[in-house]
Design a protein around this ligand. Structure first.
Ligand code: PLP
Length: 230
């Protein structure tokens, strides 16, 4: 049996240790998002009972089913790729969408948000590793997307997100995290709303925090292996 409570304690202790190891100017707190995709509503509730207040899901249908039975207030994060035809449900459901990676998606989210009078908080997902299989906007197109989003009045850009490749040696993530932090710092200097750098998952969150992440998305290290038969 997976001991979610104990795992949460361990992850929180590791977060605190990683914060100690980083440069003194990176002294802000780190938000832990518990990623509940492919885990049950009971596991989600148990984590919330044990202090989790940020939940990450990556599929609209699964998230909708689970959130509809949830009677507690949590901050809801969409961390997975978003298709245009699911934008409406996503805007209705999520507090922060991490995966904005194209102009047409930004425009679609803005239009839907406008139609329901919502300011949608978003992050731009950046693809620094340039792997063909990964989603995220490539660095050379990032500024153009940022400039477009400035014009979209129902979007509030709160930061950047990245998914590091699954290297055999997790230390290989470090230069990518460092680079991402530089990009984030520059953006933060230009835009007062920008505050989150979402990077780091179960296998690499300690390094991500050392390099300046202030939002991490952790599933397996809290809930154990995902159940794809749910
Ligand atoms: C599934 C997922 C996570 C969590 O991954 P773990 O390795 O289980 O911690 C984080 N971020 C994104 C975008 C994901 O899809």
């Amino acid at each position: 049996m997976v001991d979610i409570k104990n795992n949460l304690q361990q992850v929180r202790a590791e977060i605190a240790k990683a914060i100690e190891r980083r440069r003194p100017d990176l002294n802000e707190e780190v938000k832990l998002i518990a990623v509940t995709k492919n885990h049950t509503i009971d596991e989600m509730r148990y984590a919330i009972d044990n202090g989790v207040d940020n939940i990450g899901e990556n599929r609209i249908q699964e998230a909708s089913k689970k959130f509809s039975t949830l009677d507690r207030k949590v901050t809801k994060h969409l961390i997975g790729h978003l298709q245009t035809n699911k934008v409406k449900s996503a805007v209705q459901m999520f507090d922060l969408i991490h995966s904005v990676d194209s102009e047409h998606l930004a425009i679609a989210i803005n239009n839907t948000a406008q139609s329901i009078n919502k300011i949608q908080n978003i992050l731009i997902q950046v693809n620094l590793a340039n792997e063909e299989t990964k989603t995220g906007i490539e660095y050379e197109n990032l500024n153009e997307l940022i400039n477009l989003i400035k014009e979209l009045k129902n979007l509030k850009l709160e930061g950047l997100m990245m998914i590091a490749p699954n290297f055999d040696d997790v230390e290989n993530c470090r230069p990518l995290f460092k680079h991402m932090y530089q990009i984030f710092s520059e953006l933060k200097n230009q835009n007062a709303n920008v505050k989150y750098l979402s990077m780091g998952m179960s296998h690499d969150y300690k390094i991500a925090i050392e390099e300046g992440a202030n939002m991490i998305r952790v599933g397996t290290a809290i809930f154990g292996a995902r159940n794809y038969n749910l």
